[in-house]
Design a binder for this molecule. Structure first.
Ligand code: SAH
Length: 226
């Protein structure tokens, strides 16, 4: 999978992809992530990427020209399955959407800033608009990092244990059961004995019950999904 990210602050996105699972995915050749500095596409003297909003009001708006030229150039090199804009008024991201995006080959993601981007980009180039939740960030970079992380870890071969992603929260509309590791007894705090029983069937049943319990308590709304 190839992900192209368009941003005016590429430095904000370097560190998140240089560690742990995403780093490994890149090293294994399973994911390619390319950062594009929108400013480099600005065809004005001072490489301006924003301007005052028509009609007045506070805040700046990202200009159409640098973004359009960057998108056009990338589109001339390959076909994109989705061109995503991260925005608080987009569809709210969830695991189903991460699953879908992880099946694609080429994804472009655009990070907004200030008041947002010129609407004509959204109308003419963007195929999908995604929000990572009902709150407002100062820019789309962190949202893009969140979406990228959630997609890349799902690519076949990225996680060591192939079944690991499938047993995560939300994959079956349930939250994950609690997990424990050594030591068995930490200052009197013990691990549930069933997990040491060696009886896989009983352990699976216990985990399923815990998942149900936890979902019922914390996220009963998940039972209504699907
Ligand atoms: N004026 C806009 C907010 C702009 S915030 C509004 O009220 O809708 C600046 C940029 O941050 C946005 O263009 C978007 O790219 C990003 N952003 C902010 N909150 C976000 C969220 N919840 N999900 C995804 N992107 C977000």
């Amino acid at each position: 999978m190839r992900i192209d990210i368009l941003t005016i602050f590429p430095g904000m996105l370097e560190a998140p992809f240089e560690h742990s699972i995403i780093k490994r995915a890149k090293e294994k050749g399973l994911a390619e992530i390319h950062l594009h500095d929108i400013r480099e596409y600005a065809n004005n003297k001072h490489r301006r990427v924003d301007d005052y909003p028509y009609g007045g009001g506070s805040g700046m708006v990202m200009m159409i020209q640098p973004i359009a030229d960057c998108i056009e150039q990338l589109k001339s090199q390959r076909d994109y399955d989705e061109i995503i804009f991260t925005t608080p008024d987009g569809e709210v991201f969830n695991q189903n959407k991460a699953n879908y995006l992880s099946t694609l080959t080429n994804i472009m993601m655009l990070c907004g800033h200030y008041k947002g981007i010129d609407e004509r980009i959204r109308e003419n180039y963007i195929t999908r608009e995604i929000s990572i939740g009902d709150y407002v960030l100062s820019g789309g970079e962190l949202a893009t990092a969140v979406i990228t992380d959630s997609i890349v870890r799902l690519l076949p071969g990225v996680l060591g244990d192939e079944t690991s992603a499938l047993s995560d929260s939300f994959q079956n509309s349930l939250l994950s059961p609690p997990v424990y590791t050594r030591p068995y007894d930490y200052k009197g705090l013990k691990v549930p004995n069933i997990l040491l029983s060696g009886d896989d069937k009983k352990i699976d049943d216990w985990r399923f019950q815990k998942s149900l319990e936890r979902t019922r308590l914390r996220r009963p709304d998940l039972f209504d999904e699907e």
